[in-house]
Design a protein around this ligand. Structure first.
Ligand SMILES: [Fe+2]
Length: 424
């Protein structure tokens, strides 16, 4: 009897061991398969938005090729078609704190048709290593009214933190469904070396950032002590910034009749001032929007970028998007350090530059700082926020909402379409 019990126990033990081994092998296989799949897929502008589109994704394979395949049409499925265009990009292996090889892959599709919808997928080129397909549309050939979304400081650590960011993006696109792109004013994650956080950031907004260009500003949580490797590894951006700035932290691009300038407040400020002058001199767009992280007229002031404000004045920049303060603020129109309008009626003929901070899009809110002379609107509602900014010919309309869809601020800028904004 005892013998039988021992035999039964032995058998049960063997079955348990066998199941554990099969389970472990299965998990390893699944993990290995998963590691080949692209994660953190995001699309950006790099060259002309009318004829090109850039892509970035990560895997855990520093040897994998970086390939994007594009085919015209929405939700196209025939990857064997002769019409499929294939572009090969670059792969860069990264050091990660968790001692896991993380590889950044970047590629760009060029020679596209304006105003055209394409379906794409990214991967190594091997059959099981492609991403899901997604669709994007190039900018129309003719200038037209468009809206873009502004958010800032998603700055999460945990998956739950990034749920809040994902909700903000969902509400932003529910409110402005035809938005052409997203401007994020920096501090995307709390700790830039934490790749898990980056994975959550892109995953929770994947239905937007895989289709709609996501243009980031560099924040003090993106570049730390002059190091921004993880941040820049996630974005394939225009290469036209100041040459001593970390590539991908300072750049500009045009969309419709607006010139967008992205400055890096975290390093190389002096040389960027010179770059900014020549960038603005070379622009012939009637509208100019600047995006920075630690702004000169936010919840508080960043005096280190005073030289930039002098250029904003000289070149009559229309709007400066800022981040960093984790509270909502909107300035009166400002010129030469002074308030030049009532903040109620439209800002006409470039009489002043308006500076905004659209609170935060993640979990972190700061206590509202003291009101300053330049604050027209300044509050802390402890809700994630976003803005929709519409440029329609001679009118720019800015509307800020909370994550529940409540509009909390709005203003209008108006001027003619003179080719040079350095006027009057
Ligand atoms: Fe921040």
């Amino acid at each position: 009897m005892a013998d039988l019990k021992i035999r039964k126990d032995m058998l049960a033990l063997l079955v348990c061991c066998a199941l554990l081994i099969v389970g472990a092998v299965g998990m390893e296989w699944l993990k290995a398969e998963k590691e080949k799949k692209p994660i953190a897929i995001v699309t950006t502008f790099k060259d002309d938005p009318k004829t090109s589109r850039a892509f970035t994704w990560h895997t855990q394979n520093g040897q994998a090729a970086a390939i994007v395949q594009i085919v015209e049409g929405e939700n196209a499925a025939d990857w064997e078609s002769a019409k499929v265009m294939t572009f090969t990009g670059t792969t860069e292996a990264l050091d990660s704190e968790a001692n896991v090889v993380q590889a950044a892959h970047k590629a760009e599709a060029t020679g596209l048709e304006p105003g055209t919808t394409y379906t794409y997928r990214v991967g190594s080129g091997k059959e099981k290593e492609w991403s899901d397909k997604a669709t994007f549309k190039t900018e129309a050939a003719q200038e037209e009214a468009f809206t873009f979304i502004n958010v800032t400081d998603s700055q999460g650590i945990t998956e739950q933190d990034f749920e809040l960011w994902g909700n903000t993006m969902d509400q932003a696109f529910a409110t402005f469904p035809d938005s052409a792109f997203i401007v994020h004013n920096g501090d995307l994650t709390e700790e830039p070396a934490d790749e898990q956080a980056w994975t959550h950031l892109f995953a929770k907004a994947s239905k937007w950032v895989t289709r709609i260009p996501f243009m980031p500003v560099t924040g003090n949580h993106d570049e730390v002590d002059g190091e921004a490797g993880h941040f820049v590894s996630h974005f394939n951006l225009p290469v036209n910034g100041e040459e001593d700035s970390i590539e991908g932290t300072n750049y500009s691009f045009d969309y419709a009749n607006v010139h967008f300038v992205f400055l890096n407040t975290e390093s190389n400020i002096k040389k960027q001032t010179k770059w900014l002058r020549s960038d603005l001199e070379n622009s012939s767009q009637p509208w100019t929007v600047v995006a920075v992280h630690q702004g000169p007229y936010g919840g508080n002031t960043n005096k280190k970028v005073k030289d930039w404000t002098e250029l904003f004045d000289e070149f009559k920049v229309d709007l400066v998007l800022q981040g960093h303060n984790h509270e909502y603020s909107r300035s009166y129109p400002i010129r030469d350090g002074k308030v030049v309008g009532d903040g109620e009626s439209a800002v006409n003929n470039r009489e002043g530059t308006v500076y905004v901070v659209t609170n935060a899009s993640g979990q972190k809110f700061n206590e509202k700082k003291e009101d300053q002379f330049y604050h027209k609107v300044h509050f802390q509602n402890e809700k994630q926020m976003f803005a929709g900014i519409t440029v329609d010919g001679t009118t720019l309309t800015y509307q800020a909402y909370d994550v529940d869809g409540l509009m909390l601020d709005e203003f209008v800028l108006q001027h003619g379409l003179e080719l040079k904004h350095k006027v009057g």
